[in-house]
Write a protein that binds this ligand. Structure first.
Ligand code: IDP
Ligand code: MG
Length: 153
């Protein structure tokens, strides 16, 4: 099964939406196998958003990610990377489909509640970036038989 990285951004923490976002992942049937609160340093943000460091808005993005601690999560499920990206919605909250986390909870393109890995390859890199191996709890769920059919897993 795939693992993916989710960050509950300061816009989620400060607006009191951590529970709401976590509830959505749990309700979908994804397993939370890692979760912790942390502050994001300039260094880790430059690495995590390396594709954006040269953009003029990067200083604002960095500031927005440092407005409060964040909650980082590792979430597991069949095709979890794609599922979580779909649940997250388009970058700009006001353009994101209603029903998605961003579409339902925000208007902004920057204060947009969650980060979610965009590919299996990046998910592996990002999980390693934010979690030590011993912080990932790869336990078995007794409900797996009900979440997936025998020929899906
Ligand atoms: P994503 O979060 O939907 O994967 P990316 O393009 O990877 O989108 O951008 C990472 C984050 O950078 C976004 O979630 C958002 O917080 C911020 N961001 C992206 N584009 C802009 C912009 O044009 N202005 C301000 N912030 C932006
Ligand atoms: Mg991205």
């Amino acid at each position: 099964m795939e693992k993916t990285l989710v960050i509950l951004k300061p816009s989620a923490i400060l607006r009191g939406f951590a529970g709401e976002v976590i509830r959505r992942f749990e309700q979908k049937g994804l397993m939370i196998i890692g979760m912790k609160m942390m502050t994001l340093s300039d260094e880790i943000l430059a690495e995590h958003y390396s594709h954006l460091v040269d953009k003029p808005f990067f200083p604002l993005l960095r500031r927005s990610m440092q407005l409060s601690p964040v909650v980082v999560m590792c979430v597991k499920g069949l095709e979890a990377v794609e599922v979580v990206r779909k649940m997250t919605g388009a970058t700009k909250g006001r353009k994101a489909d209603i029903g998605t986390i961003r579409g339902d909870l925000c208007m902004s393109g920057q204060h947009n509640i969650v980060h979610a890995s965009d590919s299996v390859e990046n998910a592996e890199i990002e999980i390693r970036r934010f979690f030590k191996p011993e912080e990932i709890f790869d336990y078995k769920s007794p409900l797996t038989f009900m979440l997936y059919a025998d020929d899906e897993i």
